[in-house]
Write a protein that binds this ligand. Sequence first.
Ligand code: VLP
Length: 134
Amino acid sequence: MPVDFSGTWILFSNDNFEGYMVALGIDFATRKIAKMLKPQKVIKQDGDSFYIHTTSTFRDYLLQFKVGEEFEEDNKGLDNRKCKSLVTWENDRLVCIQTGEKKNRGWTHWLEGDDLHLELRCENQVCKQVFKRA
Ligand code: VLP
């Protein structure tokens, strides 16, 4: 049975989000708001086609992609830097490389028990988020 990330997920823990945001150049006022948020993720997965909608009371971010197909990402409402993104499977983990101005930028999603895990990387910073099913 292949892994299925589909569902509605709520942020449960968020380790070093501050460091990740600083690495992305997010300003102080925005960081102050952003770190108070409890974002949700709605994920719809159809084979290798993904819809990942991260929503919060402050901003939303929608990402749609197909595994193995590079796409332009605008990061609108996040740091607004454009990059080229490619998501691939590494065993049951979904690994995204975001090539652009920022070095070592990307993320990894995986399931562990009943939880959704997300590691966000930028430069030398790693943010670790865990989500629970809504
Ligand atoms: C910007 C950095 C907070 C902080 C300011 C806005 C959207 C994997 C991937 C799919 C992400 C989420 C990135 C969060 C970076 C915030 C607004 C927070 C709510 O998710 O699921 O896009 O990259």
